[in-house]
Ligand binder design. Structure first.
Ligand SMILES: [Mg+2]
Length: 277
């Protein structure tokens, strides 16, 4: 029996949820390890506070990671594009696509290619090609290719055509997020939508208002952090996100070590407050 599949139906003493980015945040930027955050993760579990992973990763990538970290909670994939809630019988997930499904995106891309736009998406590539381009193992490239709500692509046309491409996507209510080597075609979703969905999910489940602690390190975490009641910024490799928030903490360490220290100290302060008030 998979004990990791039990959803959190019992309200915690403090109705809180944690929503977190993964790479460079809960996971170390280089080793992808969450080991330095073990204490805080255990504390959340003992307090029955869900820890929702909210990242650009795909369903398959998230499943593997949740299993490794023994995390039973809902998770948000592909920058708020898809949300997976474990079923109450412990078998499988209910999924929610917030804007555009992968098939709908592929359909639009197919028609744009007919119009002469030049690109190669993950759907056009073998896992071996994706592995070579991303540095992932072939096995992990298979997981990265199983998509729910966005398509990474390599642009092979001109810069001018890229501007037209962006405009053409917008006509289909799709946007192009450019990051590093790949451009990502996705709906108008972002990680904040995933956060709000999960807040609502737990408010319904627990029948009371739920406060959200969000942790992130990147520009694509900004909306998610802004939507949270408590924002924890994890310093980035090159720079630290400049965020205005009434309940902001900036970790003094990068990655999972900062995640651990700052989250534990916030929980400590919140519980002290609750007990004195
Ligand atoms: Mg990150």
């Amino acid at each position: 029996m998979n004990t990791a599949a039990h959803p959190n139906t019992t309200p915690p003493q403090h109705p809180l949820i944690v929503v977190t980015d993964l790479d460079g945040c809960l996971l170390d930027h280089h080793s992808y390890s969450a080991q330095a955050a073990e204490k805080a993760l255990k504390t959340l579990k003992s307090l029955n506070i869900p820890c929702v992973f909210n990242s650009s990763k795909t369903y398959g990538e998230m499943l593997a990671l949740r299993e490794k970290l023994n995390n039973p909670d809902p998770f948000v994939c592909e920058n708020g594009g898809a949300i997976f809630i474990p079923k109450s019988n412990g078998h499988g997930y209910n999924s929610e696509i917030l804007h555009s499904s992968y098939l709908a995106i592929l359909k639009v891309l197919h028609s744009l290619r007919q119009q002469g736009f030049q690109f190669r998406g993950f759907n056009d590539m073998t896992a071996t090609e994706v592995a070579a381009l991303t540095g992932l193992s072939v096995e992990d490239a298979h997981l990265a290719k199983q998509r729910s709500a966005s398509e990474p692509l390599l642009w092979t046309g001109s810069d001018e055509q890229l501007t037209d491409f962006r405009r053409a996507l917008a006509m289909h209510n799709l946007r192009l997020l450019s990051g590093g080597r790949f451009h990502h075609v996705m709906g108008p979703n972002d990680k904040a939508h995933g956060l709000e969905f999960c807040r609502h999910h737990y408010q319904t489940l627990w029948q009371q208002p739920v406060r959200v602690i969000a942790l992130g390190d990147g520009e694509n975490d900004r909306a998610m952090l802004s939507a949270a009641d408590f924002a924890i910024v994890i310093p980035g490799i090159k720079s630290t996100l400049d965020l205005q928030h009434p309940q902001l903490r900036i970790a003094s360490k990068a990655g999972p070590a900062g995640w651990n220290e700052t989250l534990l100290s916030l929980l400590d302060d919140l519980f002290k407050e609750a007990h004195s008030g």
